[in-house]
Design a protein around this ligand. Structure first.
Ligand code: UD1
Ligand code: UDP
Length: 352
């Protein structure tokens, strides 16, 4: 089969690495990079480190409002699809790049394959929730990572083409964990070996775009003595600058540039706790059995909440501090498949 894969944002590069490897053993794949993420440490570094094949098309869309960004992507993806006539279009997750690829495929009657289908936060104010719902409803094959995702799809009367294949991010972690240990020197470089530290990530629009929420998050961090290491997403950096917040006012805080995946794995493994609003990072915390505090009101990864492996705190200052200071001893389970999600996806798509 000839598959056209649409990628654009950091988590999609990481998810694509194991899938491309499995797919290319028996099929032809061409990659479109929409350019949604474009800084070297948000994009190129992942292609190099994870040996993801170089994109066949680079659309260079960049940052813009939702309508402009998604619309510009659609115009260019449509041109490629009309020229290329792939047998299927493969999309990942819930970003604007996902939605653009899915809508183009559906309108041109090219089967859409959705990896990480069926996730729901039930919060339609999140751009990701709109992207997921729309993409799932126009997809021919829906690769769900968990039973919860399958049930969410059932509740929306989507049962055809649905399979639980496990989580491709778990495949990526299993493949790269040893490599990270060998190749990454971030713990030494930042003098973190044997040290207690918290790993922080924040980038959700619902947090970053709200001055009060960001103020509450920073104030909570200031009440925690432990060293906090924060690879800062460019969106968050821009917003903090716009709000005029002074990060040097927050005690024991180390801001670093976004890191590559291998460094990120080492930070996640080494951290005492992870404090995040990321989808992927919540799951990786679970894979590495590092307790997680999630600064969101809902999570799509509800399984991780069991036994307080992950504690949802929203952006309530007091709740953030309490959850960080709380001692938890969760039982971790194999909830996300067996690390063969990519192979299962390839098997399923051969049925198309
Ligand atoms: C996007 C996804 C989000 C995902 C996240 C992963 C949507 C609607 N959102 O959010 O679901 O969790 O990616 O990281 O698709 N920027 C740069 N350099 C870059 C990329 C972004 O400076 O390489 C800055 C720009 O100021 C830009 C802002 O970040 O306006 C937001 O970027 P955008 O791609 O629109 O959304 P993300 O917040 O990254
Ligand atoms: N990640 C990374 N470097 C960083 C921050 C995150 O490699 O500085 C990885 C992280 O390990 C995970 C993915 O990026 O695999 C998560 O992406 P992000 O948090 O941007 O988006 P989300 O998962 O919330 O959509």
């Amino acid at each position: 089969m000839n598959i056209l894969t649409i990628l654009g944002a950091r988590p999609q590069f990481i998810k694509a690495a194991p899938v491309s490897r499995a797919l290319r053993q028996h099929h032809n794949e061409k990659i479109v990079h929409t350019g949604q993420h474009y800084d070297a440490n948000m994009s190129d570094i992942f292609f190099e480190e994870l040996e993801i094949p170089k994109p066949d098309y680079h659309l260079g869309i960049g940052s813009a409002s939702h309508g402009k960004q998604t619309g510009d992507m659609m115009t260019k993806i449509e041109e490629i699809v009309l020229e290329d006539r792939p047998d299927a279009i493969l999309v990942y997750g819930d970003t604007n790049s996902t939605l653009a690829g899915a809508l183009v495929g559906a309108k041109l009657h090219i089967p859409v394959l959705h990896i990480e289908a069926g996730l729901r936060s039930f919060n339609k104010k999140m751009p990701e929730e709109i992207n997921r719902i729309m993409t799932d409803h126009v997809s021919a094959l829906l690769f769900a990572p968990t039973e919860t995702a399958i049930n969410n799809l059932k509740d929306e009367n989507i049962t055809k083409g649905v399979s639980n294949v496990g989580d491709v991010m778990y495949d990526a972690v299993l493949y790269n964990r040893e490599l990270a240990e060998k190749k990454s020197s971030i713990l030494q470089d930042l003098s973190l070996e044997g040290e207690d530290f918290l790993l922080i990530t924040v980038h959700r629009a619902e947090n970053t775009d709200d001055r009060e929420k960001m103020a509450a998050i920073l104030s909570a961090f200031n009440q925690v003595d432990t060293l906090k290491v924060w690879p800062m997403h460019p969106r968050t950096k821009h917003k903090i600058e716009e709000y005029g917040f002074n990060l040097s006012d927050v005690k024991n805080l180390k801001i670093i540039e976004p890191v590559g995946y291998l460094d990120m794995i080492q930070l996640e493994v080494g951290a005492e706790k992870i404090v995040t609003d990321s989808g992927g990072v919540q799951k990786e915390a679970y894979f590495f059995e590092t307790p997680c505090v999630t600064m969101r009101e809902q999570t799509e990864w509800v399984e991780t909440l069991e036994g307080e492996a992950n504690i949802l705190v929203g952006t309530d200052e007091e709740k953030i501090v309490q959850a960080i200071n709380k001692t938890v001893s969760p039982q971790y389970k194999e909830l996300f498949g067996n690390g063969q999600a990519a192979e299962k996806i390839v098997e399923e798509l051969e049925k198309l």
